[in-house]
Design a protein around this ligand. Structure first.
Ligand SMILES: C[S@@+](CC[C@H](N)C(=O)[O-])C[C@H]1O[C@@H](n2cnc3c(N)ncnc32)[C@H](O)[C@@H]1O
Length: 710
């Protein structure tokens, strides 16, 4: 307020001055409704990869509690002469002892430095896993995925007072009397950026316990205007905890759901409804081998158009109660021949009449599928495009019954006319609304969080309080069950449970959901003391490898996707449906570190290589990243779906080259002129997603500024 009084005092017109003063007095006397808290300054960034220069603001690397900031006054290879920005005292140290600090308002240029990958399937998009401060990573993600994210799931620090999080590089503990307002400032900034990432039907879920639930609720109401807020109670610790009065067994998942006037949460299939109330303990498990199990039904593109399927086997007015599903099992779970040997048999098709004539018998496991015609009928086997032997949804006797009832529908033939997709008519699955209290043994964070992590990493206490894998799976399913291509984000990733749960869901229905994880690389206080005592400083490899990202997030993601533990042994144990953890998942992952580029390098265009991973992610992370050469006129990625035009004068050649690459979906045009960009876009074929890249890239990737913060 003192600032405002000073400003008003400078107004020369006396009348205007007193009017302004009166208005402001009125405003300050009005009661505020809602959450009132001290907004703390945004955090500063410690940019370990930046080389200190004269004029920079720096801190001492060994000062892990944040510490004083200094101005670099003189610098040689061996000596840095510093002046404290608060006391004015000077200090001489070696440059190696310093870390550059970017304060709020200093623009920073982020890039993603690759840290490795896991490749298990050539055709699936990649899950990006980013090591970085989430506020700045979110600002980069906002550029890449504004309005695209279907589900944000976060499990932020609960602010228990046990120094479980840092603000401005300092732990916030019980003694900090600004504890709550710092937490709210920290969350407000991140949630405001996160909101911009959500698609129009995107949902954010924040888990929390009683320490901050009430503050969080009001904060979410303030930020997520136009959203409905629902709170689900999850019993995550059935044993109970708490010193006085009650034994607490639950925490909360607060859902912010856009108020579209319709259900965004699609409801739980009735056959799974008991799971979340603990009456049944297994979800998605195929209950009866060889039974009439509807299984999954995701790959809708290949289904026959229901309205064109002739001869409905039900009265016309019942049309809305029926749907077509694939006859072949498609999910990763229980869909292979060896898992259901009785459901591997031929379905015989008459190629002339286009009718299914009869159902063969199950084939013994060691017999080979016979592709030859029998009596002029072509056998169709449940073999997928990659040649994997899968199985039909039903055993032969049940399939024959459906054939008799006219519930089998033959789809389009393959190009060689030797195979067809086959669909089955099923009564539509009924859905029930989710209840707001979930009590399931699968949500026990001890067994399915800590013990699961122990199995994956072969190490106890690798990470404190990971979530139950199945609690995260069930939470995500409320939003992405019917969104097989959903984009999911967790920017407080911790041990990476959210990506593991996403892979598990994809395996159920062969979905292509992608999950972006972000975690910092915090080293806990005890380990920090030990490392400093051995002279390992933040930024050193020896120090950083003990941080959360390198010791928990990355190895957990690797072990869950590959099925191989860090020692090289197969991961022990099974998922509830019997699938071994050692199978891993057919998913791809790319690991990155958020680094800050030097402004001068960015400006002269030499940093395109550093920016390319971001561009690749923006285009969907498909195939493999290119290493483009900005000295060329243009590049069309060999093994991915994006192209970049560097030299505007070669637009015509670029356009011709694009015509030969129907797989390219994203085009980046380098120009500083909006008009030029619009003109080029108007000449490109419809259906391409285009983006403008400024020649110096500064306009694209500037973060940490007042504008970026808004
Ligand atoms: C409660 S844990 C999440 C646990 C996770 N759900 C799991 O199942 O493993 C919160 C995580 O957020 C990370 N974190 C805290 N502040 C962060 C920040 N500013 N940027 C990135 N990550 C942060 C912490 O390192 C911690 O691992």
């Amino acid at each position: 307020m003192a600032d405002l009084d000073d400003l008003i005092a400078q107004v020369e017109d006396e009348g205007l001055r007193s009017q302004l003063k009166a208005r402001i007095d009125l405003l300050t006397r009005q009661m505020k409704f809602g959450l009132v808290f001290e907004r703390h300054l945004p955090e500063s960034i410690r940019a370990f990869n930046a080389i200190p220069r004269v004029g920079d603001t720096v801190q001492l690397r060994a000062d892990t509690a944040g510490g004083d900031e200094y101005f670099v006054e003189r610098l040689t290879k061996r000596r840095a002469h510093l002046v404290s920005t608060t006391t004015g005292e000077s200090l001489d140290v070696t440059p190696r002892q310093l870390v550059v600090v970017k304060r709020f308002g200093d623009p920073a240029f982020p890039a993603l430095r690759p840290l490795g990958e896991v490749r298990r399937h050539p055709d699936r998009p990649s899950h990006p896993v980013i090591c970085g401060e989430n506020f700045h990573t979110l600002q980069l993600l906002r550029y890449l995925y504004r309005g695209c994210v279907d589900c944000i799931y976060i499990d932020p620090p609960y602010n228990t007072g046990a120094a479980d999080w840092k603000y401005n590089n300092r732990y916030v503990d019980e003694a900090d009397r600004w504890r709550h307002s710092k937490w709210l400032s920290f969350m407000e900034k991140r949630l405001s950026v996160a909101k911009d990432l959500l698609s129009p039907t995107g949902v954010i879920v924040v888990t929390i316990d009683e320490h901050e639930i009430h503050h969080l609720g009001v904060l979410l109401e303030q930020i997520f205007v136009g959203y409905l807020i629902h709170t689900v109670t999850i019993v995550h610790n059935p044993k109970g905890t708490g010193k006085y009065n009650f034994s607490r067994v639950n925490e909360y998942a607060v859902f912010c759901i856009p108020d579209t006037g319709d259900n965004v949460i699609q409801g739980l299939p009735t056959d799974e409804a008991d799971v979340l109330t603990g009456k049944r303990t297994v979800i998605h498990q195929d209950q009866a081998e060889d039974d009439d199990d509807p299984g999954d039904d995701s790959d809708v593109e290949e289904l026959v158009d229901a309205d064109e399927a002739a001869d409905w086997p039900f009265p016309t007015d019942e049309r809305d109660d029926w749907e077509l599903r694939h006859a072949r099992r498609r999910g990763g779970e229980s869909s292979y021949r060896h898992q259901r040997p009785n459901s591997f048999y031929a379905i015989y098709v008459n190629p002339t009449s286009g009718r299914i004539e009869r159902i063969g018998d199950s084939l013994a496991l060691d017999d080979v599928a016979d592709m030859n015609e029998v009596d002029g009928l072509v056998p169709v086997w449940p073999i997928d495009k990659e040649g994997n032997e899968r199985c039909w949804r039903l055993i032969p006797s049940s399939m024959r019954q459906l054939l008799d009832e006219g519930r089998m529908v033959l789809g389009q033939p393959s190009s060689d006319g030797r195979s067809w997709t086959i669909n089955l008519w099923y009564p539509k699955t009924k859905r029930k609304k989710y209840k707001t209290v979930w009590w399931s043994t699968q949500h026990d964070a001890g067994t399915h969080g800590t013990t699961m992590l122990h199995r994956l990493l072969e190490q106890r206490n690798a990470f404190p309080f990971p979530k139950s894998l199945y609690a995260v799976r069930d939470t995500l399913l409320t939003v992405v069950r019917d969104r097989p291509d959903a984009l999911i984000l967790d920017f407080f990733a911790g041990s990476g449970t959210t990506l593991h749960a996403t892979a598990l869901i994809n395996a159920i229905d062969d979905g292509n959901r992608r999950c972006i994880l972000v975690s910092n690389n915090e080293v806990d206080a005890k380990m920090t003391r030990k490392l400093l005592a051995k002279n390992h400083l933040p930024g050193d490899e020896h120090y950083e490898r003990h941080g959360i990202f390198h010791s928990a997030t990355k190895p957990r993601v690797e072990a869950s996707i590959t099925g191989i533990a860090p020692s090289g042994a197969p991961v022990e144990g099974k998922y509830p449906d019997g699938r071994p953890l050692a199978d891993g998942f057919e998913e791809n992952v790319d690991f990155f570190e958020l680094v800050y580029l030097d402004k001068d390098d960015v400006r002269d265009g030499t940093q395109f290589a550093a920016i390319e991973p971001s561009i690749w992610l923006m285009a969907g992370g498909v195939g493999r990243r290119n290493v483009s050469d900005p000295a060329k006129a243009y590049e069309i990625a060999d093994n991915s779906n994006y192209a970049v035009l560097f030299n505007r004068s070669k637009f015509a050649t670029f356009k011709r080259a694009l015509a030969g690459r129907s797989d390219v979906s994203h085009v980046f045009l380098v120009t500083d002129s909006e008009a030029d960009y619009a003109a080029m876009c108007s000449r490109l074929p419809d259906g391409l997603t285009t983006s403008m890249l400024y020649r110096d890239y500064l306009g694209n990737f500037r973060i940490n500024t007042v504008e970026a913060y808004r």
